[in-house]
Design a protein around this ligand. Structure first.
Ligand code: ADP
Length: 401
């Protein structure tokens, strides 16, 4: 059996390991510590950092393919591994577009993909020039290293501009400025591509962020025009092919108030916007990532329910005294249809601890607002319960109503 190595021991590696098991494999994980999500459950764990070449070499030794659960491995290390015969998927020439937002913006613009107006910012004057043309508020972003909204700032006026740009540049953070998009909502188009060039797309989904963190995903995106969905899927496939992406690619999109789509950013790995596929599609993103990086034929991406909603379990500011085990127990009793995925992490405010998937039953459609609402409410209620040990509808587990 092949050995797939994943750099990074977080929940994405943990769930990829689950999929590897079903294929008769066992994921090898490069984790920074034995208590990381994936290191808790995989047998084949190499302990070390993702930016340590020797640790990467050790993890890659004897592997069939090396892939990632995050995008932070230095490209020069990957080039070294390739020169030593390691099969790296996605290759560093593609991955750079998920590592550096300025390189990504420039490349997408060059291939004619729709992106918000942007500019590189190397000085306060650069940012002032951008503000003169595009006005306030605008968005300032760290070109590298951001995640979950860290490294993204809304700039409202000249004083803020000067402070943010001066401090960031002094700290060595490279920057870009971007128009603040007047958006209706955020979407994600998830595709997979194999080295041979086979592509597959899941339905386009809507992602709901709270405090810069993904909270809810609705699949397919409610009431999205079929033509816009097809356009987003074709765009994602074209980006995957043009950039030479292999494995999963999530194309995060803005749907503007006037109905256009713009690319926000790219992730070349399983992604939070694809967690619904574990229970709502014939092939999950985790299985597909393994198949795609190994150059197997890809799996069927058809949805298995009219609508599936994923709600993240994000650590509460004040975690309840009831144990997580007891919370899960109660959820099982009240909502047998809810599928719980926990990542084995300790509770900390805002931390992604797991997610719940709920599939819509019977006949329904993502164009039916009431049907979507019912599935979403159930998923959000389940996640809220697991986070706070409180039922939002006041349900009492002891009386049963
Ligand atoms: P991260 O790498 O931290 O995920 P993103 O570039 O995806 O950063 O931005 C995080 C969030 O900030 C987005 O999901 C969106 O809600 C908001 N955002 C980012 N860029 C813009 C923009 N140009 N206009 C409006 N909102 C934006």
């Amino acid at each position: 059996m092949p050995t797939v190595v994943m750099v990074g021991g977080g929940q994405l590696a943990r769930m990829t390991h689950q999929a590897a098991i079903a294929l008769g494999q066992s994921l090898r994980v490069l984790a920074a510590s034995p208590d990381e999500s994936a290191a808790q459950v995989a047998r084949d764990v190499v302990l070390g950092r993702h930016d340590d070449l020797d640790a990467l070499r050790k993890a890659a030794s004897g592997s069939t393919v090396l892939t990632f659960d995050h995008e932070h491995v230095p490209p020069q290390h990957l080039e070294t591994l390739i020169s030593e015969g390691v099969n790296v998927q996605p290759p560093p020439a593609a991955l750079i577009h998920a590592q550096d937002k300025l390189i990504m913006r420039r490349r997408l613009e060059a291939i004619g993909a729709p992106v918000p107006p942007f500019a590189e910012v190397q000085s306060v004057a650069d940012a002032e020039k951008f503000a003169e043309t595009h006005g306030y508020p605008f968005v300032l972003k760290a070109t590298r290293g951001g995640y979950d909204g860290k490294g993204v700032w809304i700039v409202d006026n000249a004083a803020e501009l000067e402070k943010l740009v001066t401090e960031s540049l002094a700290a060595g953070t490279t920057l870009l400025a971007e128009e603040k998009v007047n958006m209706r909502r955020e979407l994600s188009a998830m595709v997979a591509r194999s080295p041979l060039g086979q592509g597959a797309t899941w339905p386009v989904v809507e992602t709901v962020q709270r405090n810069g963190v993904c909270a809810v995903v609705m699949a397919p995106a409610p009431a999205l025009a079929d033509s816009t969905a097809a356009q987003a899927q074709q765009l994602a496939l074209r980006i995957a092919e043009t950039l030479g992406v292999t494995g999963c690619l999530a194309v995060e999109l803005f749907e503007t108030e006037d109905g256009r789509i713009l690319v926000n950013e790219l992730a070349m790995r399983p992604h939070n916007s694809g967690h619904w596929t574990m229970d709502g599609a014939v092939t999950s993103q985790f299985e597909q990532h393994i198949r795609a990086t190994l150059d197997y034929p890809l799996g069927d991406t058809s949805p298995t329910a009219p609508v599936t909603v994923m709600a993240n379990i994000l650590g509460a500011d004040n975690p309840p005294t009831m144990s997580m085990d007891e919370r899960v127990h109660h959820l099982c009793a009240r909502m047998p249809e809810a599928k719980v995925h926990l990542y084995g992490k300790g509770e900390r405010p805002g931390r992604k601890l797991g997610h719940v998937n709920v599939r819509g039953t019977g006949t329904g459609s993502h164009h039916d607002a009431e049907y979507v609402h019912q599935v979403r409410e159930k998923a959000e209620m389940a996640a809220h319960w697991l986070i706070h040990a409180v039922w939002t509808d006041g349900w009492d587990p002891h009386s049963g109503h």
